[in-house]
Design a protein around this ligand. Structure first.
Ligand SMILES: Cc1cc2nc3c(=O)[nH]c(=O)nc-3n(C[C@H](O)[C@H](O)[C@H](O)COP(=O)(O)OP(=O)(O)OC[C@H]3O[C@@H](n4cnc5c(N)ncnc54)[C@H](O)[C@@H]3O)c2cc1C
Length: 219
């Protein structure tokens, strides 16, 4: 059922929405997530990914902090290398041919390590991407490309894990709930219009996070 109000309403059901909701809940406020898909199809593009997560790391200690299950034997047999801020910036500029937004890139790169640490602290599990990002040289695995970490269970595992964490933190995740418009007046946002259960209603809120997916699949 559509609640009458929430302190924060997050639109979307992928990684961005769920992380935003979990982050908002840290401030002791009521959080409602609106996911337009039914529960068994929820998670947007996030669900179709490998769950690969690009993040800065200066060596194996950084990786151990994210993946405490790494064994000494795995570490001894592997050259994880490093992925420095400079490498991450270079990759962003090279791949986008310098058309990436510099401010957003800075946020992405400079917060990448802390963001994964925060996710791990919330209960998300990570593992090295042995199968896709490493090859064997002289008996040792060598990682390449700076993409070293994936979430346990890939994209579906990440969505399931974040959803469970959201629920554990008291967040109301509503499925089949499509945001159709903001309620605004001269003082700003006052609520959000939602199509749910065959009806359109409103939820009162002053704070809306739109995390309903990117443009990547939009021709
Ligand atoms: C095949 C594939 C593989 C990929 N692999 C990787 C990878 O390994 N690593 C990586 O980092 N990135 C990968 N990407 C990119 C990644 O999928 C996206 O960058 C990421 O999932 C975007 O997350 P998001 O939460 O912003 O959006 P999405 O995951 O797309 O979620 C958008 C959500 O918004 C909901 N929604 C939309 N409109 C409304 C509305 N009006 N009301 C309510 N809800 C609404 C949707 O139902 C959906 O749940 C891959 C992409 C694809 C397609």
């Amino acid at each position: 059922m559509l609640p009458a109000s929430a302190d924060v309403v997050v639109v979307g059901g992928g990684n961005a929405a769920l992380c935003a909701a979990i982050s908002a809940a840290e401030h002791g406020v009521s959080v409602l997530v609106l996911e337009r898909a039914p529960e068994d199809e929820a998670g947007g593009n996030s669900r179709f990914t490998a769950g690969a997560m690009r993040c800065v790391y200066d060596g194996v200690e950084d990786l151990k902090a994210l993946m405490p299950d790494l064994t000494e034997q795995e570490i001894a047999q592997t050259d994880f290398g490093t992925y420095t801020e400079d490498q991450f910036f270079d990759d962003m500029y090279r791949v986008t041919e310098y058309r990436t937004d510099p401010e957003l890139t800075e946020v992405l790169v400079k917060n990448s390590r802390d963001t994964l640490r925060w996710m791990k602290g919330k209960g998300v599990r990570f593992a090295p991407i042995w199968g896709r990002q490493a090859f064997k040289v002289d008996g040792r695995f060598k990682f390449w490309g700076g993409l070293t970490i994936e979430s346990h269970g890939g994209g579906p595992g990440l969505v399931a894990s974040l959803t469970a964490i959201a629920r554990k933190n008291g967040i109301n995740v509503l499925y089949d709930a499509r945001a159709v418009g903001l309620v605004v007046d001269d003082d700003g946002v006052q609520g959000i219009r939602v199509r749910h259960g065959g009806k359109t209603g409103s939820v009162k809120t002053r704070n809306v996070v739109l995390a309903a997916g990117g443009f990547q699949a939009n021709a």
